[in-house]
Design a protein around this ligand. Structure first.
Ligand SMILES: CC(=O)SCCNC(=O)CCNC(=O)[C@H](O)C(C)(C)COP(=O)(O)OP(=O)(O)OC[C@H]1O[C@@H](n2cnc3c(N)ncnc32)[C@H](O)[C@@H]1OP(=O)(O)O
Ligand SMILES: CC(C)C(=O)C(=O)O
Ligand SMILES: [Mg+2]
Length: 513
């Protein structure tokens, strides 16, 4: 059986998705889950990009023990120095350096000749090797590069000390046969290629990321890179869950093993979706809401006679218990704690007590508490930063009728602890609430995106609101749930503003420390 390394870039390329903005606590939570998922390598960020990214990479490198942690760097000394600062405490320091090799990128973006690009690549890898035992070098836009030039620069970079070579399909342009052929060509034409790991990195612009990644595997890739739920720049990266399940289901065809624990797929997917605020389309392979739903009569008949007629994967394979929990308003702390532990949460007693109080409040207004409700509630406590003072919703009241202008009255605690009440009108109830909140948070707010949906099933399902707004010029996403969508919307709005405040608080801490 061949071993394949799984390089997860949810926290770097995934976070490059428009509208996704994770804070350090959320990144650490995702990184810990990726470790449970079994990623060989976790790309935790781009340390030179911002203080927030630097801090997240440094803290993840100090937290995660069973996966290698890496950070991205341009081929410049200052980026490599910053990456070393962030990663020197890691168990196995690993850096990911990239430089574009396609004619269009070299000429129009880097403004360099191919000769200069070779020199920069070699110098940066040599420089990085002085610090890092593991250096991955990526030829950005490899699939649109001249194969001979690509083979030449890869050979030079291997001689300079690179330990992994990545061949990205940066703009999702390649077809499976072309992408596979590139791997074969490099294997046949680059001296020393057998000494390094060869990696695939596919984007989904033409919907071919999964097919391309499998083509790379068929042609000798030792590592594949992707994200959970396929989030990422533009149309996203390849969805790791699709690759690992395909390799598992088609084991006889591929003969490949990975370190991934398939049972952790559902939880990882749910966590990434919740913390990034990015919905998973219902027909998404493996993790979509309908991925295991059989609707039509002929299919249901077949399933009843023998599930293998229509089911190649079961929810149980990916750890989707989907069971309705028998936790309700009469449940006690022990049963609640036991369930939280079984769901993989590690909460302090203080956080567990807070989560329990929230659970009791919810159980009073909702017949049944399902797994999804509990997951959201416990995750919120787990990543809750209670050091930076933030806004907290006290009450919201809306007057709406088809004849009159909607009016909202909102009371909220300020970061100072003071309770204030404001009122405003709007074209609809939601706008009236948002206009009122804008007065409360005392900053310029622009709503960029806003969505509501239900969590779980039934009339009394929780309402979830996700809002992307810019607060004082910085774009940030907030989300929250409540029994009522208007309350969820108000809470999601404050959640976004609070996340921005927490981020600012973290920056101050890093600069001061
Ligand atoms: C394919 C990918 O996903 S690549 C990763 C993309 N991710 C990101 O860009 C997110 C983080 N980026 C950032 O925070 C910023 O872009 C920074 C901090 C890295 C740089 O910011 P700035 O200094 O303001 O430069 P800006 O982003 O405007 O331009 C990029 C510069 O880097 C150069 N550059 C681009 N790639 C590379 C590279 N691999 N190696 C060296 N230089 C590079 C560009 O040519 C440009 O140089 P110029 O300023 O001489 O024209
Ligand atoms: C930085 C590189 C590997 C990248 O993300 C890409 O080329 O898509
Ligand atoms: Mg990419």
């Amino acid at each position: 059986m061949r071993e394949l390394d799984i390089f997860d870039t949810t926290l770097r390329d995934g976070e490059q998705s428009a509208g996704i903005n994770l804070n350090t606590a959320e990144k650490i939570e995702i990184a810990r889950q990726l470790e449970r998922f079994g990623a060989t390598i976790i790309e935790a960020g781009f340390p030179a990009a911002s203080t927030g990214d630097f801090e997240a990479v440094q803290r993840i490198a100090g937290t995660v023990k069973n996966s290698i942690v890496t950070g991205l760097a341009r081929s410049v000394k200052s980026d490599i120095d910053r990456a070393w600062e962030a990663l020197k405490g890691a168990e196995q320091p690993h850096i990911h350096i990239f430089l574009a090799t396609s004619p269009i990128h070299m000429e129009h973006k880097l403004l360099k000749t191919p000769e200069q690009v070779v020199e920069i690549a070699v110098d940066s890898v040599k420089y990085a090797r002085q610090f890092f035992p593991l250096v991955q070098w990526s030829a950005e836009d490899a699939s649109r590069s001249d194969p001979e030039f690509l083979a030449y620069i890869i050979q030079k970079v291997i001689q300079a000390g690179a330990t992994t070579i990545n061949l990205p399909d940066t703009v999702g342009y390649a077809t499976p046969s072309e992408y596979g052929a590139m791997f074969r060509y490099m294997k046949e034409n680059v001296q020393g290629i057998e000494k390094v790991k060869l990696s695939a990195h596919c984007h989904d612009d033409l919907g071919m990321a999964t097919a391309n990644t499998l083509a790379a595997i068929e042609n000798g890739a030792d590592q594949i890179e992707g994200t959970i739920n396929g989030i990422g720049e533009r149309a996203g990266n390849v969805a790791l869950e699709e690759i690992v399940v395909a390799l598992h289901i088609r084991k006889q065809l591929y003969g490949i093993n990975t370190s991934v624990n398939l049972q952790e797929i559902k939880r990882t997917s749910q966590l990434v979706s919740q913390l990034t605020g990015s919905f998973i389309q219902s027909n998404k392979a493996i993790v979509g809401k309908n991925a295991f739903a059989h609707e039509s009569g002929i299919h249901q008949d077949g399933m009843l006679k023998n599930p293998l007629t229509y089911e190649i994967i079961t929810p149980a394979l990916i750890g989707d218990a989907s069971t309705e929990l028998v936790l309700g308003k009469h449940s006690g702390r022990h049963a609640f704690k036991d369930r939280a532990i079984k769901m993989g949460f590690e909460l302090s007693d203080e956080k567990l007590n807070k989560a329990f109080a929230e659970f009791k409040k919810l159980a009073d207004s909702k017949k049944e508490i399902v797994q999804d409700d509990l997951f959201i509630l416990l995750t919120d406590q787990q990543i809750n930063d209670n050091h930076t003072p933030v806004y907290e919703l006290a009450s919201v009241q809306v007057q709406y009728s088809t004849q009159n202008i909607p009016t909202a009255t909102v009371s909220a605690y300020q970061p100072t602890g003071e309770l204030i009440t404001e009122a405003a009108i709007g074209a609809g109830s939601v706008e009236a609430i948002f206009n009122t909140l804008e007065r409360i948070v005392k900053g310029k707010v622009h709503i960029l995106d806003y969505r509501v949906s239900s969590v779980g099933k039934g009339r009394d399902a929780l309402g979830e609101a996700v809002i992307n707004l810019s607060y004082n010029g910085e774009s940030v996403t907030g989300r929250d749930v409540a029994q009522d969508v208007l309350e969820a919307s108000a809470k999601a709005y404050l959640n976004a503003v609070n996340r921005q405040l927490v981020k600012v608080g973290q920056k101050v801490e890093v600069v001061a420390g």
